[in-house]
Write a protein that binds this ligand. Sequence first.
Ligand code: NAG
Ligand code: NAG
Length: 370
Amino acid sequence: MTICARIRYYTCHRLIAAVVISCLVTTSVLLVPLVSLLSRSIDASQVKYGYKLTYKTWLDHLCPRSQIRNAPAQQLKWEPPSAQTIFFMQTSCANALTAREACAVESFAHHHPDRPILLLMTSLTINHTNPVMQTLLQLPNFRAAYLDLDVVFSEEPLRTWHRDKNWLFVEKRAGMALSDASRSEILRRYGGTYTDLDAIALRPLPNGTNWLAEFYGGRVTAALSSFLPGHSLFQRVVDAIPRVFDPYACCSIGPDLVTAEMRHLCPDTFSSIVTEDLQGPAVCSDITVLPISNFYPINYEMGPRGFSQLLRSGTGQEFLKNTNAYSLHLFSSLTARDVLYLGGGSILEEVAKKYCPKVFKIQRSISDVI
Ligand SMILES: *[C@@H]1O[C@H](CO)[C@@H](O)[C@H](O)[C@H]1NC(C)=O
Ligand SMILES: *[C@@H]1O[C@H](CO)[C@@H](O)[C@H](O)[C@H]1NC(C)=O
């Protein structure tokens, strides 16, 4: 005897419908947290090519195409710089430097044989068959390490900024935002000397600590800078990043921010430092500002065409004899895609031949361009 037989027909159907609906509701209420719990535990222990990744790590976001094939033993490990270290950062996920970038690294190693030279990369692995990387790895004071942003950004306020993936809003700017933020945080936490990968060292850097470079447009830049850990400038910069970061605008946490915080540290003198034609070092608070000609000896204000000066035949020897700059900046953002020819005794050729001789030689055997 069925239940329906005992009650009136239409009531029975309504009853079944009610049971079915409440059943569905209960299931979905129970199932949603269960599914998310399950997927979270699966994601948290996701194993990809033998490497354990936490769910949606920053690496998955920044380097979605990165393929981690090597055994964990071959992977780079995070390593912070010391105050003595000269460090570089590569935030493009590439597993090898370009010859031009490698020339920058070799040139600083060449002029500072007693200082550690550290390349921090967002790639977990190095391409060991790449001749340029092989050349760098043979330099006695060179090391490559993994730029582990979860470690770099493990302290507030950047911990929250990083966790919320604020840097990912505009994908094409993510590498630059991360480079600006992590450079400032590394300088604040560990100190050291930072330089961009597009500067070729011409002589040893100044000995003192707490210095940075004057830059175009009445600004200063940390693109070449040296600081002791815990300096108030980078404490201020780091504290400001979550507040001023604008993912849609170019460079909101780069030279403009460093300049704004410098202005706070020496309101009375800063304007005159960056507006006058600075000939020698100037002092702002306990920071030395080195003149733009120390790092940007060639005037690029004409824009990309200014680079033709680097390539003009027969000008290299003359440049080397007369310059008192510490380094030659190539502005990778403007010239990364441009082919720079080595030859004819140009500034670029003479500088590379002299200060990154190993990379120059290997690059020359492969190609005429760098
Ligand atoms: C490593 O570098 C070599 C030489 O540049 C290149 O041919 C090769 O494809 C690279 N391998 C990987 C896995 O990136
Ligand atoms: C920096 O210090 C080292 C050792 O103390 C010295 O040999 C070198 O000449 C100094 N360099 C400059 C530019 O003052």
